[in-house]
Write a protein of this length. Sequence first.
Length: 193
Amino acid sequence: MFKEGVVTQLLVAHKNGDEGAVDELFKLVYDQLKEIASRELFRRNPGETMNPTGLVHEAYLKLFDREETDWENRAHFFAVTSRAMRQILVDYARKWKAQKRGGPEARHGSTQIDASRIAGENVPSVDILDLDHALNRLEELNPRFARIVECRYFANMSVKETAEVLDVAERTVNRDWIKAKSLLYMMFMENEI
């Protein structure tokens, strides 16, 4: 493991124009990003053709192939990276479904994801596109709830890290995490996603 300050220093160096900082940063966080990617892909059905390495590399390209890379610190960087991975997986699922032309195999194929960690034990696997839709609806209701779900579920961040990224108290994260999970649970159970 590495000191958290090193990641923040590299992010600041990158922000100040040091192009070599990106390569150093990627080398430093690669294993941790791969761990996040593995968790994301593990939540999906067997037969998944995307692998953790591919997901990390696509996220890297998505993150660093743009003008604005204004990360504040390590936690913020991992939150943004997790969101990028979510977007890549959603795009991947859409393409996969398009190839299957929307048949029943596409609906219940490798686009499924385990939602029980978010919405509760009684929620079966749901389609990642349905989860994305639910998170978009949640964001309309309360943007902070959606950010908390991304940090806690997709980035597997602690309450403390999530609070740091969102600049709120840990009590707020705990309270909003419970509310967000309840709202998502209702969406999944009512099939309104």
